[in-house]
Design a protein around this ligand. Structure first.
Ligand code: G4P
Length: 523
């Protein structure tokens, strides 16, 4: 029973550069899963750039993301868990952390834009973790790049081998459909948001194909497919599972086209829950005892009810409501009387959950990102890296009467993973590091609204935070002495060098050959 339940689970995230079509694709998946009946039911909770002055709006939008954080549905014999990631780039850290809780990823690419900045970063995280990746090239109903050029671009920029499993017949206004290489069938395009188009099985070498798409296009398709077979090795599912090869699908999420091909192949080839590394040992999903870790904590949107939801990925065994579980960091036993699971936009209490599932645990500030829950074992799951922030500011107290509140607020927000905190070892000042400006604004707003504390930001020009290490203790020590004004500790007490420019960093790397500089906290 345990094995069967785990085998049929597919826990993944759809990620994309903003506007590539993640929301549209998610919605179509939910349509196939019967979770929603009409397209347009899932609200995009993108935080638009223009909304930066409207705090409540941001909070509300973050609120919406609470209920769409995990979307579950059954499709064929599979149980699917889609983990949602924030649409706004400034919350990219959230996305990176969510990627630690998935077993595979679908990356959406805009056919006209190709690989964009955020895609590169997301792929980097997938590569670090060897996460299997499927690529969906979206918006084929619009004029886009040549598909062969796109495949080259994907390989070169994402540093992964690719293998098309469907192939587009033209694009833009001439878009005729996709040929399903994986399923050997032809899917003719009808622009429609809701109709699932008929697929026809055709022998591509017969006249049948000519009848469907006309002679010239039929010939082009045949020669394209020949070229694909010549250039790309046959699809090997193991290469995909190892994270070395990404199958590529083409379609239009908005028009629900090419999406079912993707979903059908996805459920068949995507991995069921994978083994997870803990500091002590590797945990297999089919182990009988429950283990899990917290990868996300939602903002408490209502200041009157200081209650968040901590999202726990079940890594092994079965989670049972009201059973006693061990919170490793605090060494306390806890019981959860109302764990929640999420169905599209609904939330409901669950009695049990299996490895691969996500359960939402009501939290009053007990949990911290990365916390492990077990049936008693001392276990610490690994793999929640912090990346060097892109922006830094000193945070200062703006209300002397509220020093305590400020400290508490900062601590809790950092536990939630809203941003990163570094303490400068030279002057003891607190530095907040973020991916984007919006995070500073959210922190300031939340400190005021939830903790009654006021903060002030002081600019500081820094290039990168580098986690440092060395086998040569003496050299490490002399480096720290030389750079004492730029040395900080992260929240785990690790040494971080705050480089104020690329030049300074390069000089440091030259002068201290035995010191290693890492741009993420896991190396
Ligand atoms: P995101 O979550 O990745 O940010 O993207 P989202 O699905 O919200 O899509 C971004 C925009 O691209 C939306 O337009 C959406 O309608 C459009 N889009 C998505 N898939 C396709 C597609 O296959 N073809 C075409 N032509 N457009 C597509 P918008 O104008 O920003 O929003 P809306 O007014 O349509 O909701």
């Amino acid at each position: 029973m345990l094995n069967q339940e785990i085998e049929r689970r597919r826990t993944f995230a759809i990620v994309a550069h903003p506007d590539a079509g993640k929301t549209s694709l998610t919605e179509k998946f939910l349509l196939f899963g019967g979770q929603i009946q009409v397209a347009g039911a899932v609200k995009s909770h993108k935080i638009r750039k223009t909304a930066t002055s409207d705090w409540m709006d941001i909070e509300k939008q973050r609120g919406i993301s609470v209920t769409t954080s995990v979307m579950e549905f059954d499709y064929r014999d599979y149980k699917i868990n889609i983990l949602d990631t924030p649409g706004h780039q400034d919350f990219a850290e959230d996305t990176y952390r969510t990627l630690t809780a998935v077993d595979s990823v679908i990356i959406v690419i805009d056919a006209a834009k190709g690989v964009e900045t955020q895609t590169l970063k997301l792929m980097e995280v997938c590569r670090m973790r060897k996460t299997p990746v499927i690529i969906f090239v979206n918006k084929m109903d619009r004029e886009g790049k040549d598909p062969f050029d796109l495949l080259d671009e994907l390989e070169e920029q994402l540093l992964i081998f690719v293998r098309p499993l469907t192939w587009p017949i033209e694009s833009g206004p001439r878009f005729k459909g996709v040929y399903n290489i994986y399923g050997d069938s032809l899917n003719l395009f009808q622009p429609s948001k809701q109709v699932v188009t008929e697929r026809v099985a055709v022998d591509i070498h017969s006249d049948d194909l000519d009848k469907h798409i006309g002679k010239p296009l039929a010939q082009k398709l045949r020669s394209d497919l020949e070229l694909i077979d010549g250039v790309y090795p046959a699809f090997d599912v193991n290469e995909y599972l190892k994270g070395d090869l990404a199958p590529v699908f083409f379609g239009s999420a908005l028009n629900n086209f090419g999406v079912q091909e993707l979903l059908d192949c996805f459920v068949e080839i995507a991995p069921s829950p994978r083994a997870m590394k803990a500091e002590e040992r590797v945990v297999q999903p089919e182990e009988l005892k429950f283990t899990g870790f917290i990868f996300k904590i939602t903002a408490n949107i209502d200041p009157n009810h200081r209650s968040c939801i901590a999202f726990c990925k079940v890594c092994s065994g079965k989670f049972v409501r009201n059973a006693p579980y061990y919170h490793v960091r605090s060494k306390k036993t806890m019981r959860f009387s109302s764990p929640a699971q999420f169905m599209a936009q609904r939330k409901q209490t669950v009695d049990e959950a299996w490895a691969g599932d996500i359960v939402g645990l009501p939290d009053n500030g007990t949990f911290k990102i990365g916390d492990t829950l077990t049936e008693g074992e001392e276990l610490h799951f690994k793999g929640l890296p912090s990346f060097s922030p892109l922006m830094f500011k000193y945070i200062e107290n703006a209300d002397p009467m509220k020093q305590k509140q400020l400290g508490k607020g900062i601590d809790q927000l950092m536990d939630e993973g809203v941003a990163q905190l570094f303490v400068n070892q030279f002057n003891g000042r607190k530095l907040i590091g973020t991916v984007g400006q919006l995070q500073f604004e959210v922190i300031q707003y939340r400190l005021e609204n939830e903790y009654g504390a006021k903060c002030r930001w002081e600019p500081v020009s820094l290039y990168k935070a580098c986690w440092i290490e060395s086998d040569d203790a003496e050299e490490l020590d002399s480096f720290k002495k030389r750079k004492y004004q730029f040395m900080a500790k992260d929240r785990e007490g690790r040494d971080v060098f705050l480089a104020d420019s690329n030049y300074v960093l390069q000089m440091a790397q030259n002068d201290f050959k035995h010191v290693k500089f890492h741009f993420s906290s896991e190396f």
